[in-house]
Write a protein that binds this ligand. Structure first.
Ligand SMILES: Cc1cc2nc3c(=O)[nH]c(=O)nc-3n(C[C@H](O)[C@H](O)[C@H](O)COP(=O)(O)O)c2cc1C
Length: 384
């Protein structure tokens, strides 16, 4: 009998049983000691809510807009690399689930399914996340491909010009597809659904890169290329030419400092995302929710401030909104849904979060998000 799924933790546990260890670990890990990864969730949990009673709670709505796009709730799917390894054709399935639900899907540069693959299964514009590589001709072509696919926003990630070390990935020998070592084969033998799915698709490598970047045609050349390609020289000057070439809505991802937030405003971006990359880059950085109020105070009147890091429930979304975020992103929450149950799991994840958001808002005596501000939170429990 299939288990009754009532919360994101149920999806996580099911995903852990169904997804090969190296890809489950890739998702459920932070860098070095994982202190920032843990703090993202713990600091959100520490914020307490103020219950109100005897308020008319008819006609409630979780609807909002993110960079002018109407959304069923202010929750987008975050860009995540290797999503097509959590489940066969994972990016296409997640994009379809997001579109049907009415929230944005963001495709990572490091996806398995390509921009064109995702375009082929969607009718509304999805968002595209860009990593800047040294091969500028490749980046220009990638931007042009996102334009040709009518992507609705370019999400430019600035916090990964060098890679944080995640111990588990090194220990597991992470690669896509997995190498046929004894450990991997034994693990795959216990994941028959995943294997069947993978046998049924041809998408098993980085779809945006293979066949598009010069000299990348085998798995070895691909992994060498990606490691050598992230550009450590990336700076705000590059943001300018990227913005110009793209010409559409631009979201800057990976801001944790007020000074950088001001530079993001000066760059002319439409939004910035307060993010520590899910605790996967600088271990020892503050949790995203601890930083959010300071960034909102510094630039919230000049740019739309978005937020990610540690969201595992609709309550977390409400807390971020109450502290000034006008959009949030979920990474692991949707990946667990995908790994557990494919497209239906992503839908389940979104349903769970929306229901928790709606009920929590109502318990706090509010019917819509425009009525929610920091007054729904208990002051002495807020991050300082
Ligand atoms: C498995 C995984 C892969 C990720 N890959 C990318 C990526 O390719 N590009 C990017 O900008 N962020 C990437 N991120 C970071 C997410 O976009 C997001 O910032 C983070 O997951 C938010 O934290 P949460 O997982 O606690 O929701 C990745 C995160 C995870 C968990």
């Amino acid at each position: 009998m299939s288990p009754v799924i009532t919360c994101i933790e149920d999806l996580r546990q099911l995903a852990r049983r169904r997804v090969p260890r190296m890809f489950y670990d890739y998702a459920d890990a932070g860098s070095w000691t994982e202190s920032t990864y843990r703090a993202n969730e713990a600091d959100l949990a520490a914020i307490k809510l103020r219950q109100r009673v005897a308020v008319d709670l008819t006609q409630r709505s979780t609807a909002a807009t993110m960079i002018g796009t109407p959304v069923a709730m202010p929750v987008a799917l975050a860009p995540t690399g290797l999503t097509g390894m959590q489940h066969a054709d994972g990016e296409m399935l997640a994009a379809r689930a997001a579109e049907a639900f009415g929230v944005p899907f963001t495709l990572s540069t490091m996806s398995i399914c390509s921009i064109e693959d995702v375009r082929s299964v969607t009718t509304q514009p999805f968002w595209f996340q860009l990593y800047v590589m040294k091969d500028r001709a490749f980046i220009e072509a990638l931007i042009d491909r996102a334009k040709a696919a009518r992507c609705g926003a370019l999400v430019l990630t600035l916090d990964l010009q060098i890679l944080g070390q995640r111990h588990k990935d090194l220990k597991n020998g992470l690669s896509s597809p997995p190498k046929p070592t004894l450990t991997n084969l034994l693990d795959l033998a216990t994941k028959p659904r995943w294997c069947l799915g993978m046998l049924g698709t041809k998408r098993r490598q980085f779809g945006n890169i293979v066949g598009h970047a010069k000299g990348v045609d085998s798995l070895t050349s691909l992994s060498e290329w990606t490691h050598a390609q992230f550009d450590p020289a990336l700076n705000w000057g590059d943001v300018e030419w990227i913005k110009k070439r793209w010409g559409g809505k631009l979201i800057i991802k990976g801001i944790l400092d007020e000074e950088d937030a001001r530079l993001a405003v000066a760059s002319g971006a439409d939004a910035l995302i307060v993010s520590n990359h899910g605790g996967r880059q600088l271990d020892g950085a503050e949790s995203s929710i601890a930083v959010l109020p300071r960034i909102v105070a510094a630039v919230g009147s000049q740019i739309e401030v978005h937020f990610d890091g540690g969201i595992r429930s609709g309550q977390d979304v409400l807390k971020a909104w109450a502290l000034g975020a006008r959009g949030t992103y979920i990474g692991r929450a949707f990946l667990y849904g995908l790994g557990a149950l494919g497209e239906a799991g992503v839908t389940k994840c979104l349903e769970i979060i929306q229901r928790e958001l709606d009920l929590t808002m109502a318990f706090c005596g509010r019917r819509k998000l425009s009525e929610v501000d920091a007054s729904v939170l208990v002051p002495h429990t807020l991050p300082r």
